[in-house]
Write a protein that binds this ligand. Structure first.
Ligand code: SF4
Length: 330
């Protein structure tokens, strides 16, 4: 091994500190049971915290997320920034370090998360305000380094599909944000975005009014400056429900599906609605339905239900985990 190492890495630049050192370089050959391992570091994190953040613990550092292929979906935030902290591997490493530092300060993230969920928004407001002010005045907090890395994540879930270990950054990102915002103030836009999904069916009754209020240049400039929301899309002028009648599409109901015979079942497709496509890109939904119908499928449309993704993305885990109640006609 040392002769091979000398052949390919004579100056001991690749993975220094691992067992093999270049032959004749004078560098010390480590004993196999003296090499520091990641496992030793990970074991400093209590078991319950490791379980809670298992998605970050599972990352084995294979580096498949350092992907340079522009046609590959794996991690757009890494591709754009080329910064390791903006890759799934970088984010997993930061979260493991964060958990280790919490353990060193005798802080249990699982107990903290119960505390955050049970806490009263108004009672915790002064503490969060003070912490945010201290942060703005330059007080160092490792939490914020992890936060910056998490803010670059698009929650696109490419890592969940493409990583060989299926490291799920959006999962531990949401858990982290929940605790982070138990300590610091949240941006107002988080509340707006999280609340928008269940409100969309009601807002869609007056698309003209919604667009008049949100699309005027003055309003767009104000939301960009005050809330950091840019390029807010306009709502589709026609409702999906009204358009579907023309395309003879039925809603996918339990009784309706039960009535289908075997032949109809085989050629049926149930389209699951997404809040933003159904309200902001109605034509796209109609085009997909038309394409499927032309291909010979019987299209059924699942009734609209908020799926809670905006809540999850912004770390409103308490709201996200509430059972979804009520469905809407379309
Ligand atoms: S979810 Fe985040 S970490 Fe995962 S691939 Fe997308 S941008 Fe990268």
């Amino acid at each position: 091994m040392q002769r091979l190492k000398a052949g390919f890495d004579p100056f001991n630049q690749l993975n220094p500190g691992k067992i093999a050192t270049p032959a004749d370089s004078g560098a010390e050959l480590l004993k196999i049971d003296e090499v520091p391992t990641r496992g030793q570091q990970d074991r400093l994190i209590p078991l319950a915290a490791r379980d809670e953040y298992s998605q970050a613990m599972f990352c084995n550092g294979n580096g498949a997320c350092y992907n340079y292929d522009p046609k590959d979906a794996m991690c757009p935030s890494w591709k754009v920034t080329r910064e390791r902290k903006h890759s799934p591997k970088g984010r997993s490493s930061l979260v493991r370090e964060w958990l280790k530092q919490l353990a060193e300060h005798n802080t249990d993230p699982v107990a903290e998360y119960h505390k955050v969920r049970a806490s009263n928004f108004l009672f915790t407001l002064p503490g969060r305000l003070l912490n945010t002010l201290s942060l703005k005045r330059g007080q160092y907090d490792f939490n914020h380094e992890v936060y910056e890395a998490m803010q670059g994540c698009l929650s696109c879930k490419s890592c969940v599909a493409q990583c060989p270990i299926k490291v799920n950054v959006p999962d531990f990102r949401a858990r982290f944000l929940e605790l982070y915002y138990g300590r610091y103030m949240r941006p107002v836009k988080d509340y707006l975005l999280a609340g928008l999904e269940p409100l969309l069916p009601a807002l869609a009754k007056w698309p003209g009014l919604y667009n008049a209020l949100t699309q005027r240049p003055a309003m767009r400039a104000a939301t960009a400056k005050l809330l950091g929301l840019i390029d807010n899309p306009a709502m589709s002028p026609e409702s999906l429900a009204g358009q579907l009648e023309a395309q003879a599409v039925e809603l996918a109901t339990v009784s309706g599906i039960a009535r289908l015979n075997q032949a109809d079942r085989v050629r049926s497709v149930i389209l699951v609605q997404d809040a933003f496509t159904s309200h902001f890109e109605v034509q796209l939904v109609l085009d997909v339905i038309e394409l499927l119908q032309r291909l010979g499928f019987n299209v059924l449309l699942a009734p609209f239900m908020p799926n809670g993704k905006p809540l999850h993305v912004h770390g409103f885990m308490k709201g996200f985990e509430k059972p979804l109640i009520g469905t809407r006609k379309c």
